[in-house]
Each structure stands twice: as structure tokens, then as C-alpha cells.
Design a protein. Sequence first.
Length: 233
Amino acid sequence: MATGKNIKSSKELVDRTRTYGIDEALELLKKSAFAKFDETVEVSVRLGVDPRKADQMVRGAHVLPNGLGKTVRVLVFAKGEKAQEAEAAGADYVGADDLAEKIQGGWFDFDTAIASPDMMGVVGKIGRLLGPRGLMPNPKVGTVTMDLARAVQEAKSGKIEYRVEKAGIVHAPVGKISFDPDKLKENILSLLDALVKAKPSTSKGIYLKKMSLSSTMGPGIHLDIPALQAMIK
């Protein structure tokens, strides 16, 4: 259990007035982690966009090269051959109206939801329940698709969804504190590359403004963005 002493000691390791190169930041991240569970590592990126404008909304999905280090429970809305395809690909739950009824009853024992296009009538009825939890299938991030096998496999292998918040910040998990530093580094650079490619053409000025790295209980570590950009070019 976290204590004030743990948190204070962890924060004292990080100089909040400076930015760190990725290798030094990952070393600090490991040193400052104190929880007794395998903490999730997350990056936060402040972008030079105005999310209130539809043409500056940054949203997408990305498969991390080294996954997330956790078991992802995948639910698929499908019928007939498509249901069989999803099951063969390793989906944990496959169904249609029966799954919708379970969800209406308060069941949410899954991490991501995928649907074939013909199932969106069923899914739409529970959209108000799935949406706030970030579980609503969406064609923009590949979770409404005819290629259910690929979607299931990507979800299982570490596909993440990202979306810029009202304040212009994207938060995304990139692995676990137990990961080898090189694997975390590869995941971080891969996500950053995806964000750069998702830059709206209407975004002017500096696009990547600030970026920090943290574990679930640990302090934020500010990253040297120019050095990171040089690595992905």
C-alpha cells in the first residue's frame, strides 16, 4: 500500500524543472516505482491542437510492438459465419442480442468491444452504456469491421486507442513497469510516431508541446521532445 513516505521519496528522485532523454527517463521510472503490483506505464502528450474544432480532433488506434503486458478480454458482436470467425481468432465473448441484454443488466467483464457492421443496430441500443466507458465500437479505430479475425488479433496483441481530451492532451498506456526498458522505449517511440502521423493539417505552430512519462503510482517525468522526434525520423 502506498504511503506518504513512499510518494515523497519517489518524487524526490525526479527534477521537475528539467526534461530527460528517454533512456534516463526510463531508468528514473524504474527507480521511482514503489507499488507492490506491476504498475502500468503511461505517456501524456500535450498537443498543439484545439479539440473543439472537428478538423483538429486527434483520434486513432495503434498496435504497440511489444503489447501492453496484460490479458485483454475481447467481446465481439457478430452472427453466423462472422461469429465463428471471431471465436476462431480467440474472442472471449461472441454474441448479439444476448450480449446486449447482459450489458443492459450491468455486466462489463471485458476490455474492448468489436462489431461487424450489420450488428450496429444492436450495439446502438446500448451505446449510452458503452460510450462513457470507452467501449463503443467505432469504424474510425477499426472496431467496426468485416475483418473480425484481424481486429480480435490486434486487440489481443496490444492495440490501444487514443483520443485528445478537451485540454489538448492524449493519455495512453505503453506497457508495464516490469517491461525491459528497450521494449518500453520501442512502444513509446512507436506511439509517438503514430501521433505525429495523425497531426491534423489545420494544426499550426508547435504540435508536440509537452510529453511526460509515469507509472501508476509514480511521479511524472518530463521528456526531451526534440530528442525523441530525432529518433522517429
